[in-house]
Ligand binder design. Structure first.
Ligand code: SAM
Length: 234
């Protein structure tokens, strides 16, 4: 079955955007994955195709209406493979992780609801049991770029998209560590040499050096990951 992404958005023209290029674009053209961008405004009731209204209780900005978002979600669910999870991209969602991406990539696909304005009426999230997922601790102006991020992270894990799938096993997060540093020719550049061990041909030594580097980087830059990994091991 083809992995299918359905995006609910106010800007369908933003898709596939960068995902139409490079490896993801080639895979899309070859039918390795499918992308359906649905305009939420198609589910509006009035001639202005409005999808938002003022916040109950007052305050700044506008809120996306539950009835219109729900109609869009129901249509997306009906057209998606059975068991496709629905996600609302949201800065207050559960942080996206490589483990979460792997679960999504191994499933039938994903429905991604992109917010705009101040966000979505809470009732639709509760009534349709939609998971909220954040791509980081900052606020974007809309969920569309976040949807691209989720899809890109998933699509590169689909069979046949990345030439050497073995690279996934060594990438950052695969083992709970950040990845070791890479080097390539020239052997010396601006007075900086490639570490000798990488040119030694001794695969055991190279693996040990990479492991040390990955551990040191993780401890320094991501003490949260390091502690989590230590706890998981004990
Ligand atoms: N009022 C919201 C808040 O403070 O949490 C922010 C709304 S933001 C301007 C508009 C939309 O962008 C959100 O509904 C969400 O879909 C998307 N968005 C913004 N930041 C995001 C993030 N870090 N991760 C995922 N989606 C995000």
């Amino acid at each position: 079955m083809t992995w299918k992404a359905t995006v609910l958005t106010l800007f369908p023209e933003m898709f596939p955007g960068p995902l139409g290029l490079s490896l993801a674009g080639k895979a899309l053209a070859e039918g390795v994955w499918q992308l359906d961008a649905i305009d939420i405004r198609d589910f509006a009731h009035d001639k202005h195709r409005s999808v938002d209204d003022t916040p109950a209780g007052g305050g700044a900005g506008m809120v996306m209406r539950a009835d219109i978002a729900a109609a869009a979600i129901d249509a997306a669910k009906a057209a998606a493979p059975a068991g496709t999870p629905a996600i609302y991209l949201s800065p207050r969602g559960t942080p996206l992780t490589q483990a979460g991406v792997e679960v999504l990539a191994h499933g039938p696909g994903v429905i991604l609801l992109c917010g705009r304005f101040e966000g979505l009426d809470q009732r639709v999230l509760d009534a349709r049991e939609i998971e909220e997922v954040s791509i980081g601790d900052y606020v974007l102006s809309g969920g569309d770029l976040a949807a691209h991020v989720v899809m890109d992270a998933c699509v590169r894990l689909l069979p046949g998209v990345v030439g050497n799938a073995g690279t996934h096993d060594e990438e950052s997060f695969a083992s709970g560590l950040l990845e070791y540093p890479h080097y390539t020719r020239p052997r010396e550049w601006e007075g900086h040499a490639i570490p000798d061990v990488l040119l030694s041909g001794d695969h055991e030594k190279i693996a040990a050096w990479r492991r040390e580097q990955a551990e040191a980087l993780t401890k320094k830059r991501r003490p949260d990951l390091w502690d989590w990994r230590r706890k998981a091991k004990s």
